[in-house]
Ligand binder design. Sequence first.
Ligand code: ADP
Length: 208
Amino acid sequence: MADMVGTLFIVAAPSGAGKSTLVNALLAREPDISLSISHTTRPPRPGEEYGRHYYFVERGEFEREVAEDVFLEHAEVHGNFYGTSRRTVQDLLQRGRDVLLEIDWQGAAQIRKAKPDCVSVFILPPSRMELERRLRGRGSDSAEVIERRLRNSRGEIAHAHEFDYIIVNDRFEDALDGLQAIVRAVRQRSGLQCRRHEALIRELLADA
Ligand code: ADP
């Protein structure tokens, strides 16, 4: 089945909605999904590692790579640049792996144009108060950064309707079940299944 390419999943959310926590829990349940590691000019947070959380790069290097068309999508968020390597994603998909991108709405819009068969999911917080509570509770950002993230959350949420699916991350386990259900349903789509089970279908249709 050399022509079985993987599915590209996009997950976006306003910062603090629980996107990374949900995605990490999904990957633990569905180890056949590869998380695409983004390039970013944002400085690492404590505990973040190069190549595991992000490829941390200087602004100059990032700009050079944009000019060289290295990125499938790239965007500026909260004053930092983020991008996804075209080659890495392409290689994984060609090898039949499902790939998940954690990106913002601008990146999602670029991916939809480049890969219309991608599947996009938007995560909403259950309330503005809870979003703020989670941002503060994470303890990784300064008060100023948290304020900026809260201000910018409206700009992100305004694009929720552009996504194929929306999940409200209120009770974590429910949100995780919802996300996993999307992945599982996508894998059973008839277009994919007809290719995957071509021999079976042919056999079932054959005259006795
Ligand atoms: P994002 O990746 O969307 O910026 P994180 O995954 O870092 O958000 O989550 C922000 C904070 O909210 C983290 O401290 C995380 O543990 C917490 N969190 C995530 N989901 C829930 C939930 N359903 N209920 C309560 N807290 C949550």
